[in-house]
Design a protein around this ligand. Sequence first.
Ligand code: GUN
Length: 299
Amino acid sequence: MADDPKIIDGKAFAANLRSKIATALSDLKKAKGLVPGLAVVLVGEDPASQVYVRNKAKQTVEVGMLSFEHRLPEDASEEEVLNLVEQLNKDERVHGILVQLPLPDQIDANKVIGTIDPAKDVDGFHIINAGLLATGQDALVPCTPVSCVMLAKDRLGDLSGVNAVVVGRSNIVGKPVAQLLLKENCTVTIAHSRTKDLPGLCRTADLLIAAVGRPEMIKGDWIKPGACVIDVGINRIETDEGKTRLVGDVAFKEAYEKVGAITPVPGGVGPMTIACLLFNTVRAACASNNIDVPEILKS
Ligand code: GUN
């Protein structure tokens, strides 16, 4: 599949980005003595979150950054989490803070995110960063939207004037990806569960971003021939044999026949998100030290 020109290989793109980050980090260390640090906070035992956090820590160290992992029990109080975030805000070795979501019910996620120093908010979830992005200013931008735009630009080149349809309006993906696409001069429509004639709207898209979290909802005949499709969905479904497998928000086999290019699930947007998190941590570390982001990461 890696050699299929219709497939956007996120795994390879992410590996290449990590290698550029590793080069940039080695230069930063030599030239400025700067070693960025990323702190990840995990509350509770959610199995998927544990896998994410393990992968994040592994890749952080592999590219040459410091990794700080903080695990709190499932019954940790909101105050404990807030105190930990405040401690990380003050820690000069820490340039990026990520609190793994979802959090247990007794903890208000918005309050926790709001306590993270916006300059260290490498998830880009703080309202300061959301507001900066919405007003077209320099911000730390959520990792999944950045991943989508990097992959789309790599495939389509300049996105000026491209008709983009974003299906999904979440704060984490739909809204920020729409903002980023506007910044790239796309004509952007955000669709959601109340959108009238969603198939017809999708058929107008040169660039279709699927971020609804519904397995295989977007069908092959919703796709404009030759369109570029970025599938953000990661849904685990049961197969007829009683096993499980991962599928996206797009019915891949049908869509494949119509598209110019498409991200597979798994192996598309998913592998890109941690690479973008590392990228955001380098950006945060450079900004807090008044250093330009290394040239190799600018393109
Ligand atoms: N849980 C699943 N994905 C993410 C993410 O990108 N950031 C955070 N903080 N939690 C998550």
